[in-house]
Write a protein that binds this ligand. Structure first.
Ligand code: GLA
Length: 386
């Protein structure tokens, strides 16, 4: 059934980061409208995902999940129909344990009936969490169960596993049939969280993330600016700087993470929209070959990172990040030798800046950049004769 799901990292919007438990039909419809009107849909974002807290606390007499009638008075099929009428796809949430993380009914021992229910509502995507996991049953088996149920429910439903990187998930998740898997704990709207999540997955079995099964660094905090119903996510309410959001988006794109927006897209600033719709950066994330980046040697201090990955058309994506704090730029020099280009090859790189949207010229041996703390440079390099 799921023939074309997860060919590239899934893109969409999820309710959790900003709204958490405070969700209802109007919000979800408004998010669908905003995706279309803001140009996010045209940029590639297609899933509208309702996270935790959408159901009643009890199943019905047939053991089926029941949408909370206060939040979703017309049921989930009506929400799905609205989302589909906008040319978008509909995502929902459940959990592999007895309860969801916010203590609503989980799908343990109800996997097949729940998959059938989701299919009947027109669901296209299921995020599947890891709370209240019964003792003695391996998580791997729980993800196998739901994957089997979804792959045979009569509808294409993308399976988004969310076990926060536990139990060696990198090693077994692809074989369960999931199309994406959370490899980290929950993100917060802070630079420290962005940095911590990205660095935790850098060089972390990148070869296991790729076409049909993507390492998910968690939903984006770009544009949240400290606004969330959830004080743990808001963490003080200061948010991040525009520069930090730009670097966050560049890292997630470069590391082939799914791009699930977490801010209130109904009220986005122009700058947030500019970051989230940067087609040069998105193209690197959505490159059809889906090769992961490697960290490449460079001449700079230890706080800088240089990531490089080959793209389908022969180009290379390059991301240079300055993770250091402070007020002074670091000079980062990337030698093409370290990327595999010998000095005497007769080739150099024509370099395009994906944030400035301009060609920077042809470079023969190395590329140097002065990068401010928390900032980055994202490039697309084309091999040319020199
Ligand atoms: C977990 C997940 C989050 C979110 C919440 C909902 O913490 O990691 O992304 O889905 O549960 O309760």
């Amino acid at each position: 059934m799921p023939k074309n799901l997860g060919k590239t990292p899934p893109m969409g919007w999820n309710s959790w980061n900003t709204f958490s438990w405070n969700i209802d039909e109007n919000l979800i419809k408004g998010a669908a409208d905003a995706l279309v009107e803001s140009g996010l849909k045209d940029a590639g974002y297609e899933y509208v995902v309702i996270d935790d807290c959408w159901s009643l606390k009890e199943r019905d007499e047939n053991g089926r999940l029941v949408p909370d009638p206060k939040k979703f008075p017309n049921g989930m099929k009506a929400v799905a129909d609205y989302i589909h009428s906008k040319g978008l796809k509909f995502g929902m949430y459940s959990c592999s344990g007895t309860h969801t993380c916010a203590n609503y009914p989980g799908s343990f021992e109800h996997e097949f009936v729940d998959a059938e229910t989701f299919a009947s509502w027109g669901v296209d995507f299921l995020k599947y969490d890891y709370c209240y996991k019964p003792k003695g049953i391996p998580g791997e088996l729980l993800y196998r169960r739901m994957s089997m149920a979804l792959r045979n429910c009569g509808r294409e439903i993308l399976f988004s596993a969310c076990n926060w990187g536990n139990d060696g998930v990198h090693d077994w998740i692809r074989n369960t049939g999931a199309q994406m898997f959370r490899s980290t704990g929950d993100i917060q709207d802070t630079w420290a969280s962005i940095k911590n999540l990205a660095l935790s997955q850098l060089n972390m079995r990148q070869s296991q993330s790729g076409v049909y099964c993507w390492n998910d660094l968690d939903m984006l905090v770009v544009g949240m600016s400290g606004k969330s119903e959830n004080s743990w996510i808001a963490e003080g309410g200061f948010g991040c700087t525009e520069t930090e959001y730009k670097t966050h988006f560049s890292l997630w794109a470069m590391m082939n993470s799914p791009l699930m927006i977490g801010c209130d897209i109904r009220n986005m600033s122009e700058n947030t929209k500019k970051i989230l719709t940067n087609s040069d950066v998105i193209a690197i994330n959505q490159d059809p070959e889906g090769r992961g980046p490697i960290e490449i040697d460079h001449w700079c201090n230890e706080s800088c990172k240089g990531l490089v990955k080959p793209l389908e058309n022969g180009d290379y994506a390059i991301l240079l990040v300055n993770f250091a704090d402070g007020e002074h730029p670091s000079e980062l020099s990337l030698n093409f030798w370290d990327m595999g280009l010998p000095y005497a090859s007769g080739f150099g790189f024509e370099i395009y800046d994906c944030w400035e949207h301009k060609q920077l010229g042809v470079f023969r041996e190395r590329f140097c950049a002065h990068i401010m703390p928390h900032d980055c440079v994202m490039l697309r390099a084309k091999l040319v004769k020199v």
